[in-house]
Design a protein around this ligand. Sequence first.
Ligand SMILES: Nc1ncnc2c1ncn2[C@@H]1O[C@H](COP(=O)(O)OP(=O)(O)OP(=O)(O)O)[C@@H](O)[C@H]1O
Ligand SMILES: [Mg+2]
Length: 255
Amino acid sequence: MSTRPASALMVARAMAWAEVQGEARVNPCGGDARRRLRCRDVTTLGTVSGTTGVFIAFEGGEGAGKSSRARTLAQRLRAGGHEVVLTHEPGDTRIGPQVRHIVLDVSSEGLDPRAEALLYSADRAEHVGSVVRPALDRGAVVVTDRYVDSSLAYQGVGRGLGVDAIVRLSAFATGGLVPHLTVVLDVPASIGRSRLAGPADRLEGEPDAFHERVRQAFLDLAAASPHRYLVVDATLPVEHVDAAVLDRVKELGLP
Ligand SMILES: Nc1ncnc2c1ncn2[C@@H]1O[C@H](COP(=O)(O)OP(=O)(O)OP(=O)(O)O)[C@@H](O)[C@H]1O
Ligand SMILES: [Mg+2]
């Protein structure tokens, strides 16, 4: 299929994303590529993001289960005695609801894709600066429902702006903050959308072909950096999904 070469390209670009976001800017391991790789693979808490807390992102298409599975993980970690900040993008800051309204409301139909990408980045910059970084700095576990990969997948690939442009934008917005673990909940677009109640927002209303491109982009990002990702078949019963997530989170040193 014609998606193969595009996927290979995506993988290469995703590796560049890891370079720009993580190692090159904030990884205290620094040094040459081999040393950096060793540092990453040790999975020492704080290595990837340069902070003392633990940063976990849930990603995936519409209705994949991001919000509900993130909530369950947060509950389990809290029961284990951790301070957990459960948060989401776009919108979970003081100014965030206004940005969320602009990007997702159907009244923004026809919004220029670059404007869309910049609005998501602006929301993310505020989110990282006012919520995520402070929580990580005091040693909390931050669980976010969507992060940079959503922009790479939706704006970079879905809207066709190119992953390179979104990598640069995201690096600026986040100051290079990379999650220790990104959970990709993978579900066919049609199944994910069938789970959603209520009227579709502006992004949910895009055609299935758009959402399948987005889905493939998430999988390509995960394939490029398997040590930082967990892909879960989100058509499985929720108990299976939650168990897979918890098993992987334990590898980060959390109960
Ligand atoms: N593995 C699963 N199997 C069946 N239903 C599920 C599964 N995971 C989540 N759901 C259900 O699907 C619906 C959508 O889940 P949720 O809101 O968590 O998805 P989401 O990825 O956050 O969606 P959105 O893209 O709209 O934010 C909810 O009713 C949830 O209970
Ligand atoms: Mg949700």
